[in-house]
Design a protein around this ligand. Structure first.
Ligand SMILES: [Mn+2]
Length: 243
């Protein structure tokens, strides 16, 4: 049996990332995969990229990775790209779209938001057909094959559903969770690379971390949208929702 850790949406929160990496290191994990949004929102995109490059075997791109490495010229992008520097921005631009493999007889596809785009947001309460569409392939994916198991990040909201004999899950967010105020990730346990049916285990892990230290790091960095970020870390409520 192989155990794979899947992390996502770090958003420059290195305190949360270090807590998750320490938790993973206590387990028998053979590889760590990352589903994007390493950068943006939080203060330490540079350190987050360095840790992800050091620890993750495969990494896909997220909407914030594309946004910060892009050419919009917005003030928030300028701030985060200055923190990153050119080498890390080049790394973000080089990231692939999906990770695909067989495990215990199931074809697994992992991506940031949807198999079609890093900007298509699908919540667990969205229309049935929209959730079902997350099993499809697209020209951005590798194999022209629907997924038996589809996993993603983006919404910062961990869940699992079985739809028409297929399994859909969201790993939640390491650095900016919007469901519980604890870092989130998933462990996938099974026979990696094996097309014969076998035991497959999907486990959701929540890791408490020092939120007030993360808040202090954000304050000291004088980052943009500071108050919105602090409120999200402390409450796990999305900034788009009014109190
Ligand atoms: Mn995100």
């Amino acid at each position: 049996m192989d155990t794979i850790a899947i992390i996502s949406d770090i958003h420059g929160n290195v305190t949360a990332l270090q807590a998750v990496l320490a938790d993973i290191q206590e387990r028998k994990v053979s590889r760590i995969l990352c589903l994007g949004d390493i950068v943006g929102k939080g203060p330490n995109s540079d350190l987050a990229v360095d840790l992800i490059r050091e620890h993750c075997e495969e990494v896909v791109t997220g909407n914030w990775d594309e946004f910060v490495a892009g050419t919009s010229g917005l003030e928030v992008v300028k701030w985060h790209s200055a923190v990153l520097g050119q080498n890390r921005l080049d790394y973000l631009k080089s990231l692939p779209f999906s990770i695909e493999f067989w495990m215990s007889g199931k074809f697994v596809r992992l991506f940031h938001a949807s198999p079609r785009s890093v900007n298509e947001r699908v919540q667990p309460w969205d229309a049935y057909e929209q959730r079902l569409s997350l099993f499809q392939s697209s020209e951005l994916c590798q194999a022209d094959l629907p997924a038996d198991v589809a996993g993603y990040g983006d919404i910062h909201n961990a869940y699992l559903q079985h739809l028409e004999g297929r399994t859909l899950f969201n790993v939640g967010s390491v650095g900016n969770p919007l469901d519980l105020t604890q870092a989130s990730y998933v462990l996938l346990e099974g026979n990696y690379g094996n097309r014969s049916l076998g035991r497959l285990n999907i486990q959701f892990v929540r890791v408490p971390y020092n939120i007030e230290l993360a808040v202090q790091q954000a304050v000291e960095s004088e980052m943009p949208d500071l108050e919105l970020y602090i409120r999200e870390l402390r409450t796990a409520k999305y900034r788009g929702i009014k109190d």
